[in-house]
Design a protein. Structure first.
Length: 320
């Protein structure tokens, strides 16, 4: 029997429950992580390290409070995804209480130029995918899970409004390039950590991180309309706000570095609207141009010193 075979079935069952119930369950699990001792809760350590590094103006206590809220919001997000994939599309999209920028997006899709959508792991990002499919055909790049049943569940859920999912592999990159060349729409989660030395290091919250070089290739080769796509929960799971906003600084970049720098700055702007709803339990800052960072491996020691108000620059959490 394959490991994790039960997970898709559990997700389907959970997804059929009312979204308010599911969201509350996820928040409760996140709360438990948020109050667990740091030595036992690796996800809490990960969130705290990232917040201390990205928001040096916040005190230890402020980061600690934000980390607890972040874990609750992450629990909500992960649990709510099951309803997005399992329930009728119209039922899921009804959770979007406001969508800004749709007219500009539709006009861009109708134009001869291609369209590039840059989304991120912020709040209920799966709803953005469904809403995008309603605006016209789009190729969406994704990373398949090791569990083929889970991958199929997610793929079917995301493709229900017309999007076509392609894996973030050589074959998927080829499809993305062909789609842009033909004037079509491509959507990419732009804040993930790519592998491969061909992906350059670009500042993100002041720290150099590997950044998807494919995005600069698409911009520089095909000159697409560029939109940032983001969302956040305002007053619970039935009040999701979505924004499609143009990225002129990305469009006007004339080098790989300028395109990707503008992109990361745009992602930071999206995150700062609702920082507690960003997916902070992610080792986004694992590597530097000089090798591995030790933030995550030595997080217990770093956090113990940070709690005593140790200088974050001495801890290596502030770029010099």
């Amino acid at each position: 029997m394959k490991r994790g075979f039960w997970l898709p079935w559990l997700m389907r069952g959970l997804g059929m429950l009312p979204v308010t119930w599911v969201s509350a369950v996820g928040a409760a699990l996140g709360w438990l992580l948020g109050v667990a001792p740091l030595r036992l809760a690796s996800a809490r350590r990960l969130v705290l390290i990232n917040l201390l590094a990205c928001y040096p103006e916040l005190s230890w206590r402020e980061c600690k409070r934000m980390a607890r809220r972040s874990l609750m919001e992450t629990g909500r997000t992960m649990a709510e995804f099951t309803t997005v994939w399992a329930q009728p599309v119209d039922h899921a999209l009804a959770r979007i209480s406001h969508a800004r920028g749709l007219d500009q997006l539709r006009a861009a899709i109708a134009s001869p130029r291609p369209v590039l959508i840059l989304s991120l792991h912020l709040s209920s990002w799966e709803l953005v995918n469904l809403l995008l499919g309603r605006q016209g055909p789009a190729v969406v790049m994704y990373k398949p899970d090791d569990n083929p049943q889970l991958t199929e569940l997610v793929r079917r859920g995301r493709e229900r409004t017309g999007c076509r999912l392609v894996p973030a592999t050589h074959s998927g990159v080829k499809v993305a390039l062909e789609t842009q060349r033909a004037g079509g729409t491509v959507a990419i989660l732009a804040d993930h950590h790519p592998t491969g030395a061909n992906n350059p290091f670009v500042p993100f919250f002041g720290h150099p991180v590997r950044t998807p070089g494919l995005i600069s290739k698409l911009v520089l080769r095909h000159g697409p309309h560029v939109f940032f796509a983001s969302c956040w929960r305002r007053h619970g799971p039935r009040d999701v706000r979505v924004i499609f906003e143009q990225g002129p600084d990305v469009e006007n970049g004339d080098t790989e570095q300028s395109v990707l720098t503008a992109m990361n700055q745009g992602l930071e702007t999206c995150i700062n609207r609702a920082p507690e709803q960003y997916h902070w339990p992610y080792k986004r800052f694992r590597w530097t141009p000089d090798g591995a960072r030790n933030w995550y491996r030595h997080s217990p020691q770093i956090l113990a010193r940070a709690r005593r108000d140790a200088d974050r620059e001495r801890l290596g959490l502030v770029s010099r």
